[in-house]
Design a protein around this ligand. Structure first.
Ligand code: ADP
Ligand code: MG
Length: 257
């Protein structure tokens, strides 16, 4: 990687605003001039209250909605021409119940126009990577929440995105399942077993943000915008029981309230 590409953000969000019309009153201003940069090598957390517009922001970055104003660039290219490099994982998994695990994962490739002959081997590789081997022909209803979110992750990873967006990916899971899945994802990231260069993760869990992220953005509400930023020190202990870990969690809590 050259110095130039290294300094240029992977994702550059500038002045992003999103308004929804509201019958009989002023439009609902959900996002207001949001600026956000995501650089190669970082996991960035986005912490904020429910209803502050975090999901709307992620959907705009993923190209799933067209913002009212502002722009999203991927390596200097307007988003409309680069969404294949961005994949998203949803809180509610968003799986198709009538499709098997394998079919759900293959669908991610079909949607990106990958030739049929290449879909199966790539889907099987993603299923294996995320620890779902043996479950290829299971249906979502036969799986636990943790396994369902593994399918959600496989469906995102199978397209080999450069940027992974995750919208409260672990919040529908019990604490121990969430911990296992977080650990597995961080291992894949640390061992570079997936070509992802940056992760942007929405969470309302401060501990989770400190456990996973290099940088944490605090999102304010009404309208939603980034109001504060915390760089997590490289030497930050990522252990719940460490006093320095508790200290940072408490400090972020103070800054949010
Ligand atoms: P968060 O993810 O932070 O909880 P959301 O982005 O889901 O917040 O929603 C922010 C606000 O925008 C909420 O008040 C929600 O009701 C509203 N909203 C989201 N999507 C739409 C839509 N398609 N039309 C109208 N209002 C919406
Ligand atoms: Mg949300």
């Amino acid at each position: 990687m050259t110095l130039h590409t290294c300094l240029r953000p992977l994702i550059d969000v500038r002045g992003l605003s999103q308004h929804y019309p509201k019958a009989g009153s002023e439009p609902l201003r959900v996002l207001d001039h949001v600026d956000l940069q995501l650089r190669a090598g970082e996991i960035v957390g986005l912490l904020g209250r429910s209803g502050s517009g975090k999901s709307t922001l992620l959907r705009a970055i993923a190209g799933l909605i067209r913002p009212s104003a502002g722009k999203v660039e991927f390596l200097g290219t307007p988003l409309s021409r680069a969404p294949a490099d961005i994949a998203m994982v949803f809180q509610s998994f968003a799986l198709f119940p009538w499709l098997t695990v394998l079919q759900n994962v293959e669908l991610g490739l079909e949607a990106r126009g990958v030739a049929p002959a290449q879909r199966r081997p790539r889907a099987l590789a993603a299923i294996d990577l995320i620890g779902l081997d043996g479950y290829e022909s299971a249906y979502p209803k036969e799986l636990s929440g943790g396994m369902r979110q593994r399918v959600g992750l496989a469906r995102a990873l199978v397209v080999e995105p450069k940027v992974l967006l995750m919208d409260e990916p672990f919040s529908a899971l019990d604490v121990l399942t969430a911990q296992t899945l977080r650990g597995d994802l961080l291992d894949l990231w640390a061992e570079r077993r997936m070509p992802i260069e940056a992760i942007l993760m929405v969470t309302h869990n401060i501990e989770e943000a400190v456990l996973m992220c290099d940088r944490i953005l605090i999102f304010g509400s009404h309208p939603g915008r980034v109001v504060d930023e915390i760089q997590v020190p490289l030497a930050q202990p990522r252990d719940r029981f460490d006093p320095a870990f508790r200290g940072l969690v408490d400090a972020i809590y103070e800054r949010m309230t």
